[in-house]
Design a protein around this ligand. Sequence first.
Ligand SMILES: [Mg+2]
Length: 297
Amino acid sequence: MSAAPRPFATSAPPFGLLLDVDGPIANTVTRTIAVPGIATDLAALGNAGVPVVFNTGRSANFLWREVVPPLRDAGLDPRARVHAVGEKGGTWFSFIEPDDAVHVDPSVQLPPVVAALVRPLLEGRSGAHMFLDETKLAMVSLEQSTAVSNDAYLRVQPDFEAELLAALTHEGIGWIHEVYDRRFHPDEHGATPVRVEPTIISTDIQHERSGKALGAERALALLGEDGAMPRRWYTVGDTPSDYAMADWLHEHGHDVVHVDVRPVPRRDEPPYPVDLVDDLEPDVATARFLAARVAEV
Ligand SMILES: [Mg+2]
């Protein structure tokens, strides 16, 4: 860590941002930050002392490659309170650290047997639509191939997940399948250590404890070390699982507004304000939200 003074650490920032990456920040088609205003406004907010934490299933490698450079190019002060939590809380780094730094929580690392079970499933139709993300250190993710359309991918994804769940069951590994109606299959001890979570462009296989709530907890631990806590929070996401960030903050006594940039019908009304944006692409909606936050500070 740098010994340089942290000019952003003294007074309580007006708000903090906890941001999902795929969808709100990185376009799900290009897998890059495609709306230029996102990088410039995030840099402006970071430089104004607003804590920004990315909370994603993505690897640290992806974040160093696709998210850090555009923010630096947009003039982000290296001492700004910007952190990245990857792999649903399993890995993390701070933007002030040396390039490619990454910390891993071994308590949520999946055993190698899970990736070994997945590889044979990628022979044939599934392998033509998705690939194993080899940069993951804690979880196992199958990402949509950019050579196929998202519609084609989403037609294959449920069959792949059915094969995956069968393989886990055959291996005696208990699992939870996290969709709108949660299914689970415990192991012989009644445990479900593996959680399978579909997103728009991936199937994430992760430790039961991993998720956007663990990511939020990690985010606040990182901010606890580099300055005052913000008075309130905005969380931004494009999948139902992203509400877990706001759930965690609310449960721990923080004021939070969740911004859902790809809303789908929900069963329950959360106990905090939700801003639903369904008239724009998720990254365009996030750019508009960030511009409003820049205007606020
Ligand atoms: Mg997302």
